[in-house]
Ligand binder design. Sequence first.
Ligand SMILES: [Zn+2]
Ligand SMILES: [Zn+2]
Length: 71
Amino acid sequence: MSETNKNENRNCAKCGKPVTDNGTGGVAHNGAGTVEQKCQNCGWMGGQYGKFSQCPRCGDQTSLVDDHYAS
Ligand SMILES: [Zn+2]
Ligand SMILES: [Zn+2]
């Protein structure tokens, strides 16, 4: 392990949102989950702890895909 485990001022390399240590060796988006989800129906993007099973904006249950993992 050569990298610091400090939580401060870390940002997701993919989307630039702040991320924090999720306690299990990875990172998660602040206020959201490890995985950023994207709705292919309406374009919504976001996440939560756990995953949405349907889009919180349009309600579509089949168009949510994993966009990227927090990093
Ligand atoms: Zn991200
Ligand atoms: Zn949607």
